[in-house]
Design a protein around this ligand. Structure first.
Ligand SMILES: Cc1ncc(COP(=O)(O)O)c(C=O)c1O
Length: 369
């Protein structure tokens, strides 16, 4: 017997929220990356061997359970000198940003964002009904403290600051962050310390004293765990209570949770990796200066370089030489600028060879640029 054909469904495509209709899909250029990865500011080498050991011991049975985040939050909080209710683990800092925006931003609210900065703030802001207020840095790309203070209004609800910032590598000082927190007591001040280890300065201790400060950290950069998706938010208990209502209880998976304590314990691995990158950054700065390319001072594991009108060709030539770098030309105030992640000294020697070939081929540097 033949089955009757299903009744035709009237073709109506359900419409998403208006804000979603005006959003663009964001596709970071993640394809074909089996080269020297100087494009996403990741650790370019490996995570701690202790993390690998723990991963190897995870059994099939372990994977059958739902992940339990609280015991690991307690360990992380102790590591940071905070109480467990002040810390929430997240699926990378990206989830932390998303959840914070969903928790606090309403129609009519303003999100203050010094730009250029990390792309995902704008992506997640565009999914809310809040109004994005970009605060453009001057040509030196230093933190625009005066302009930011001047942009605070009674409607300011979140001020999001990457510190160090990407793609510039510039920083806001502790005094400047305190000034902002005091000038906008009605707003949440998010300080995203994704690149903390390369800078060495933090305001995470201030979450015990300031009622409106929230600090984000990631395990994607110095720790070398970008693939596991691990981040955290630290803030006053009163704010974190709201955040936990929105945060999924299962968004940090059990592999990530198992790897976090050994990653934290192995501080000598982080110390080694960070000092290696800082030495490599010093050498790479010298190579850029010798080539007479304009660069911006960086407190992180990357450097923004002015390549000029041939930026796309430069990125293509670097890829052809086996080195991935990131064109930031479409960022506000960044036309012609390319961001180069710093890896180990050995890796950066390869990068310098590729750089010098590209410079020669395109006649870059100094007056020629
Ligand atoms: C400032 C900043 N915050 C957060 C992230 C992303 O962190 P995660 O991998 O934990 O989502 C990045 C990644 O480039 C970044 O530059």
């Amino acid at each position: 017997m033949t089955e009757a054909a299903p009744e035709a469904v009237t073709a109506i495509t359900p419409a998403p929220r208006l804000r979603v209709q005006s959003m663009k899909e964001y596709h970071p250029p993640l394809g074909n990356r089996d080269l020297l990865r100087l494009d996403f500011n990741e650790n370019t080498l490996a995570c701690s061997p202790r993390v690998r050991e723990v991963l190897g011991r995870i059994s099939a049975g372990d994977l059958t359970r739902y992940p339990e985040r609280e015991p690991v939050e307690t360990i992380v909080a102790a590591h940071l000198g905070l109480a467990a209710p002040q810390v929430a683990l997240t699926n990378g800092v990206d989830e932390a940003i998303h959840v914070l925006f969903e928790t606090f931003l309403e129609a009519g609210d303003e999100l203050l964002l010094p730009v250029p900065t990390y792309t995902m703030y704008e992506v997640y802001a565009s999914a809310t009904d809040a109004h994005l207020v970009p605060v453009l840095a001057a040509d030196d790309l230093q933190f625009p403290i005066e302009r930011l203070i001047a942009a605070i209004t009674p409607r300011t609800k979140i001020i999001a600051i990457a510190n160090p910032n990407s793609p510039s590598g510039s920083v806001a000082s502790r005094a400047q962050l305190l000034q902002i927190a005091h000038r906008a007591p009605h707003a949440v001040l998010l300080v995203d310390e994704a690149y903390f280890h390369f800078h060495g300065e933090t305001v995470i201790d201030l979450v015990r004293a300031l009622p409106n400060l929230v600090v984000a950290r990631t395990f994607s950069k110095a720790y070398g765990l970008a693939g596991l998706r691990l981040g955290l938010l630290a803030g006053p208990v009163e704010l974190m209570r709201w955040v936990r209502r929105v945060l999924s209880p299962y968004s940090v998976n059990s592999l990530a949770l198992a790897c976090l304590p050994p990653a934290l314990e192995d501080s000598s691995y982080i110390d080694w990796y960070v000092s290696e990158v800082l030495r490599a950054r010093h050498d790479f700065e010298a190579a850029l200066d010798a080539a007479k390319l304009r660069r911006w001072p960086s407190c992180a594991n990357f450097i923004l370089v002015d390549i000029g009108p041939q930026h796309a060709e430069f990125v293509r030539l670097m890829r052809a030489a086996g080195v991935l770098v990131r064109d930031r030309s479409s960022d506000p105030g960044c036309d012609g600028r390319v961001r180069i992640t710093i890896g180990t000294r050995e890796q950066m020697q390869q990068a310098v060879l590729a750089l010098n070939e590209a410079i020669a081929a395109l006649k870059l540097g100094g007056e020629a640029q």
